[in-house]
Design a protein around this ligand. Sequence first.
Ligand SMILES: [Zn+2]
Length: 358
Amino acid sequence: MAKDREEIEAFKSSLSITQVAGHLGYKVVHGKIRCPYFMRHAHGDRTPSVSLSESKGLFNCWVCPDVHGDVIHLVEISKNCSFLEAIEWLQNEFALSFRIEPSKIPRERPLSPAFTDARKAKPAPEVDPVLKARVVLSFFEMLSVIEDTPAAKWLVKRRIFKKTWQMMRLRTIVDYDKVNRGLLEKFGKETLQLVGLFNENGNLKYYKHPLLFPYLDTKVVPRYFQARAIDSSIVPKELNLKGVVPFPYNVSVLDGNPGWVYLCEGVVDTLTLLDRGFCAVGIPGVKSFKPEWASLFRNKRVILCLDQDEAGRSGTELVQEYLKNLGIEAVPLGSGITAESFKMAEGQDINEWFGGKK
Ligand SMILES: [Zn+2]
């Protein structure tokens, strides 16, 4: 570890993030504070969304994808100051016994995995979107249909059946080596790494994630995908293709015609509702609804079916806010026009609610 980084880590561990948050003017309730960007939240984040971890010295907003980090970063975003100014403020305000020697204070945040400030991260090399589209399409052409594979068993256990696999063009990797070689021959390692299909070792990433969910555009062409592990011991259970998610899952449902649509968290929940004949659309994760997607929902009445947990409820509030700004009606499942009895139990998701087994 570089000397300056070591100093910073030691400095941070001499601080209590809860105490610092209090000193910054936040009211800490049950280890949570109101989001520094409360204006992005429904009701100004009246029910605080930012968790503090005293043991790890980190904070994380359940709604804003860019609001998380260490105690120094909390000061930076709360006081809208630089990394260096944040350290100076902390040293002055806390008159700490531990002080960084002035010569060792870096001018800028040292780069390390612990510092994931997107604003300061190096931009990834650009990949030609036409080439990326071609790679994704070729990849899907090399994959196998679900029938009679371990992926089929996995889906049936979750009560997602054949007509839905076919309709949504789900695919699986049966012969990993063959797909790996096929892609290498066609595009070469560099391109595949740039697009994000191959790892640093020059191999296809989805050795442990053989179930592929394509994001089909309105012409039913796969433009993006998520890969899912079917062995429950694999973490993470899903891998996203790197780069921007271009549109919600099953975007074809958002056709501008009047009607109901059920918005789910994740592809598995979306497939669950589709299997039962609902008009469903999915966002990849609870925090991944993009403000620019709101206009796609015009003329729709939206029932929000995110998980019944803290993160799901925060996500629901945020999506509601984005949609309401455009005058689009959106209610959580189990409230408003949907009957109270349609409310999921605490901790449940749509798939479990419909009897899917993990
Ligand atoms: Zn927030």
